[in-house]
Design a protein around this ligand. Structure first.
Ligand code: NAP
Ligand code: GDD
Length: 353
C-alpha cells in the first residue's frame, strides 16, 4: 500500500482551506492546518473536520517566520498549500501594510521554511494580478495589478518562480479566478448577495445595497478549484496554471440570477447612483446603490482562459453558475430557517474600509 501523504494547509479556516482539507482527507491524506490565534476563534467551517483522526490543527501565523520553520520541521509535509491571506481586495486599501506582511512576505517566510525540504508547494495566486489587463487572461497575459492586495500577490507569485528556478523547489502558482461556495466569506459580493436574497425570500429583510454592478467576473465553484490545486502538485514538474470557467457575468447578472433562484424576478431601472432593482411582481425596491461599497480603484473585467490547465492537468470546472448560485441561495435560506439572524447589509464594513 502507498504511504499516506501529509499536507500542511495555511488558511485552513477559510473557504478554500476547509474545502481542500475535506478533499485531501477523502484522498487518505494526513491533514495539518495552520490556524491563527484569536480570542474569539471562528472555526465554523472546519468544525466537522475536527472530529477526523487524520485532521490536526496548529497555531501559526504567516507573519511569524520562526513558527513556520518549526511547523514545517515538525510536520514534515509532502505538500504545502499556502492559502492563508488577507484576501479582501477592498480591505487591502485600508490595511495595505498588513496585507503585504501576510500575502507577500508571509509567502517568502513559508517558502524559506520549505526551501531545504522535498515538500511540494502550492501558492494561492490570483486573477486580481491581471488587474486592468484586457480579458480573456491566461498565463501569458502581462500583469497589471490595481490594488495593494494584487500587488502583494504578485510579489508572492514571482517569489514562487524564483524559488523554483533558484533552488529546484517543486513550487506552483495556481492563478485562480473567483470561486465561491456556501462557505464563502460574507463580505465578498456573491455571498453578500446570496445571504441578502435568502433573507428577502424568507421575509426577514426588505432590500440591500451594493457598489459597482458593472464589474465582470468569472465565477466558479470552490470545490472544482481545490481539485485543480491538488492536480498541480501531482505533476512531475512544477508550473503555473490559470483556473477559470471562461464565462463572464456582471454583478448585476449575478444578483438577477440569485433572485430568480428564490423565485423573484428583478427588473433594473435608473443609472449610476440612482439605479435600483425592483421586484417585477409588485414594484418594491430590492436593491440600491451605496457608494460606500465602491473601491478606490476597480478591476472591471476578469475572464480566464484555462486551456493550459485543461490540456496538461485534465482539469475543467464541473459546476455551472446557475448550479453555484442555487447552492449558495439554498444554503443561506436553510440557515435562516434554522434560526440564524441576518446581519445588516454592511456585514461589518465601515465606510472607511
Ligand atoms: P478566505 O476565506 O479569506 O481565507 C483566508 C484564510 O487566511 C483564513 O483562514 C484566515 O484566517 C487566514 N489568514 C489571515 N491572516 C493570516 C495570517 N497572518 N497567517 C495565516 N493565515 C492567515 O480566502 P479564500 O477565499 O479561502 O481564498 C484562499 C486563498 O486563495 C487566499 O490566499 C486568497 O487570496 C486566494 N484566492 C482566492 C480566490 C477566491 O475567489 N476565493 C481567488 C484567487 C485567489 P482567519 O479565518 O482566522 O481570518
Ligand atoms: N465585496 C463587495 N461588496 N463587492 C462588491 C459589492 C459589495 O457590496 N458591490 C459590488 N461589488 C463588486 C466589487 O467592486 C468587485 O468588482 C466585484 O463585486 C467582486 O468583488 P468581491 O466579491 O469582493 O471579489 P474580488 O473580485 O474583489 O476578489 C475576490 O476574487 C479574487 C480573484 O479574482 C477575492 O476572493 C480575492 O481574494 C481573489 O483573489
Amino acid at each position: 500500500m502507498q504511504d499516506m501523504k501529509t499536507a500542511l494547509i495555511t488558511g485552513i479556516t477559510g473557504q478554500d482551506g476547509a474545502i481542500l482539507a475535506q478533499f485531501l482527507l477523502d484522498k487518505g491524506y494526513d491533514v495539518h492546518g495552520m490556524q491563527l490565534y484569536s480570542a474569539t476563534p471562528d472555526t465554523q467551517r472546519i468544525e466537522i473536520l475536527q472530529k477526523h483522526e487524520r485532521f490536526h490543527l496548529h497555531y501559526g501565523d504567516l507573519t511569524d517566520g520562526g513558527n513556520l520553520h518549526r511547523l514545517v520541521r515538525d510536520i514534515r509535509p509532502d505538500e504545502v498549500y499556502n492559502l492563508g491571506a488577507q484576501s479582501h481586495v477592498k480591505v487591502s486599501f485600508a490595511v495595505p501594510e498588513a496585507t503585504a506582511q501576510i500575502n507577500a512576505l508571509g509567502t517568502l517566510r513559508l517558502l524559506d521554511a520549505v526551501r531545504d525540504t522535498d515538500a511540494r508547494f502550492y501558492q494561492a495566486s490570483s486573477s486580481e494580478m491581471f488587474g486592468s489587463a484586457r480579458p480573456p487572461q491566461n498565463e501569458q497575459t502581462p500583469f497589471a495589478p490595481c490594488s495593494p492586495y494584487a500587488s502583494a500577490k504578485l510579489y508572492a507569485y514571482w517569489l514562487v518562480r524564483n524559488y523554483r528556478d533558484s533552488y529546484g523547489l517543486h513550487a506552483s502558482n495556481g492563478i485562480l479566478f473567483n470561486h465561491e461556495s456556501p462557505l464563502r466569506g460574507e463580505e465578498f459580493v456573491t455571498r453578500k448577495v446570496s445571504r441578502c436574497v435568502a433573507a428577502i425570500a424568507e421575509g426577514q429583510k426588505e432590500r440591500f445595497a451594493l457598489g459597482n454592478l458593472d464589474a465582470l467576473r468569472d465565477w466558479g465553484h470552490a470545490r472544482d478549484y481545490v481539485e485543480g490545486m491538488w492536480m498541480m502538485l501531482q505533476q512531475d514538474k512544477p508550473d503555473d496554471y490559470v483556473l477559470a470557467t471562461g464565462q463572464a457575468y456582471s454583478v448585476r447578472e449575478f444578483v438577477t440570477l440569485a433572485f430568480s433562484c428564490a423565485g423573484i424576478r428583478i427588473v433594473w431601472r435608473g443609472a449610476g447612483l440612482d439605479e435600483k432593482g425592483y421586484d417585477a411582481a409588485n414594484g418594491r425596491v430590492l436593491v440600491t446603490i451605496d457608494p460606500q461599497f465602491f473601491r478606490p480603484n476597480e478591476v472591471n473585467a476578469l475572464v480566464g482562459d484555462a486551456t493550459k490547465a485543461q490540456q496538461i492537468l485534465g482539469w475543467q470546472p464541473k459546476t455551472t453558475l446557475r448550479m453555484l448560485v442555487e447552492d449558495m441561495v439554498a444554503a443561506d435560506r436553510a440557515a435562516l430557517r434554522e434560526g440564524h439572524v441576518p446581519e445588516d447589509e454592511g456585514f461589518g464594513f465601515s465606510a472607511a474600509a
